[in-house]
Design a protein around this ligand. Sequence first.
Ligand code: AMP
Length: 500
Amino acid sequence: MTMTTTPDQTPATEQTFESFGLDPRILRALTDQGYTKPTPIQAQAIPVVLLGKDVMGAAQTGTGKTAGFALPIIQRLLPLSNASASPARHPVRALMLTPTRELADQVYDNVARYAQHTDLRSTVVFGGVDMNPQTEALRRGVEILVATPGRLLDHVQQKSVNLSQVQMLVLDEADRMLDMGFLPDLQRIINLLPAQRQTLLFSATFSPEIKKLASSYLKQPVTIEVARSNSTNENVRQIVYPVQDGHKQAAVVHLLKQRADAQQSKQCIVFVNSKIGCSRLARHLEREGINAAAIHGDKTQTERMQTLEGFKTGTIDALVATDVAARGLDIPAMPCVINFDLPFSAEDYVHRIGRTGRAGASGDALSIYVPGSDDRLLADIEKLIKRAVPRGTLDGFDPTGERARQEESDRRRQRTETRRPRENGATEEESTTRRRRTEPNGRQAFRPSDDPFFSRPYEPSGNYTPAPKTEDELAAALTRGRQAPKRPVAALLGGVPRKS
Ligand code: AMP
């Protein structure tokens, strides 16, 4: 039987961690973490998992789903915890599978914190790093193992781990595991587990493939949905900016600088579809004076960890990432996500923007969109999230420098004009505005009467003789005219006049 639980049926606000009957050692760890009350997914999942039921959870990243499954698992394993040094007393009892190394590391980090006051042991194994330390940790014995599928199978092959006593299996971000082609690995792993077990599947979306996986491996699961599947977080302000192809890098620089100018947090994840595009954009941002770093599948594990650390400590402002690399990154209160490329799969859009607006904080999800070539991708996204994403305009965006050139030319013209005298009674600004009046056809009109030079009152030169106003003045003027020394023709032709 499938039962659907929604937040409306059990208001999360009325729940406390104590009300679930969690052990004081777990409650102490939660106090250490500063958690005061369960998130909606925790309020829904914890009681169901404590009852031993299978769960199919539709939970977005950042909802607190890790504690939603980890806390009840720790609680259920506590009666079996012991301080014995013997590895045989610490078999793997709970297995948590995740698609990426970063998510595995994060889930492990959470589990270790929640179990820190208990005798339960936990470890994590993922690819891209030396297997030996992992092998040693597994041989010492752990009750809770967090793993990526490929590396776990390597350990199974090396016989450094035995999965025959696993009672609880978690498939975290199961949709992503399927996207990444882990289905055969998952099947091999699940075949190594006892049939009698509790299985919890978490996914941001419930695609038909996920439903098929659930029907194969889950028994009468309780479906828990804290938000409509495929929905996006209400706290996230989503905008798409139409930008011409070829100007996308400039648009990202513009958005990041605009945020910095507006004193908004500079921290941002920028999503790019390809690894090459990812490195290229990170280099471009660096050239533009933005602290940026790329994180993608071709980076070594050490590089990825260093980049992530730099981002968390604030030495990197823009983390330029591909979907796979960014999967599961837990950066609290991520203020902004930018889609440099719209994702090929609309579900990735939901995952990407799930990086922001976490735990009730607000966030911005800004996407660059090339009208024409991106129309179908945008339509798919809007269909999936069941709403239109508002279109925005990039105020002051000047990808080709055309606007800057125009402004410089305006400034030059204004400098020239300020050297001229002003119109009577008009400020310089007013005269300039008048000169810039436009005609109905949109072209700028130039009217001599608007220019102070043309409307300036005539100023007499020093040689000026006022016009005669009386008979006498007229007679005198005529006499002066007759008496005016005649210039010799030679002088007019350039010769030197002879003195008489
Ligand atoms: P998750 O969705 O499991 O990746 O969790 C997202 C973030 O929420 C993590 O940083 C958790 O530490 C944090 N978190 C989980 N549960 C709670 C809670 N009850 N109260 C406050 N923060 C929480």
